[in-house]
Design a protein around this ligand. Sequence first.
Ligand code: CA2
Length: 156
Amino acid sequence: MSGVSDERFRILILNGPNLNLLGRREPSVYGAATLADIERDCRVQAEQWGVELDFFQSNHEGVLVDRIGAAYGEEDLIIINPAALTHTSIALRDALLGVGIPVIEVHLSNIYRREPFRHHSYIADIAIGQMSGFGALGYRLAIEAGVYHLKNQGTR
Ligand code: CA2
């Protein structure tokens, strides 16, 4: 919201490596929706909640770190599906901590029902909360939860 009181909340949705492949392979794990479908749905949802939306995907950890840095002072909330970087990236964690913007973590699949290496997230304990296992609906739920959080800040 950065200052002016009648500005709308701004939410940044970040997507990590290989999520650009959604809908093309492994539909039994990740669903049939493409990332473009998810973005379209998120934009409808954001409009309904009256928030501004930025939507971004990269296959590169450093590009995601840079995008998080650029969000400082611009975005009120970050929703992130870090994809495989969930389980490996201290750099993403540090970037999110560095900007101090509230975070919601999203996963299409239920990472706790999958291989043990997917059970640990470097983001979970610095996030407000996590949606895992609801497919593309998780993004929509995260927007609703994010708006709720922004309107009730301090009640985490
Ligand atoms: O369930 C999720 O959303 C994940 O973040 C997806 C990641 C995975 O590494 C995480 O453990 C859980 C994988 C994203 C790659 O998505 C693909 C989609 C279609 C084909 C290949 C990969």
